[in-house]
Design a binder for this molecule. Sequence first.
Ligand SMILES: [Zn+2]
Ligand SMILES: [Zn+2]
Length: 105
Amino acid sequence: MKVLWCWRCQMDIPMLDEEEFARVAPLYMASAKHLLAFKAAKKRGEVAVLPPVCEEYERLTGFRETNPNAVMHHRLSLYGPPCTKCGKPLRTPQARHCAACGTPR
Ligand SMILES: [Zn+2]
Ligand SMILES: [Zn+2]
């Protein structure tokens, strides 16, 4: 796990390495119905149980994420190396320039 800037979330967030991601990915498959139950419970003001994919992410990173889709893009291998100018990770490993500040790779 490594904390990196996420351009989708616009914040620093723990990103999973491949080993960690392999542990949460299978849980994501089963997360749709859990998410519905979670939202319904939240609406009723009850203590909601997180979808398993989010629970595992929290266990690995210590960060409470309630959106399974967000967990899926917090994967280190989806991002490129840090920009030489602003330090934010490039949006993809193939990116030719930094989307945040425009500096070419
Ligand atoms: Zn994100
Ligand atoms: Zn940059």
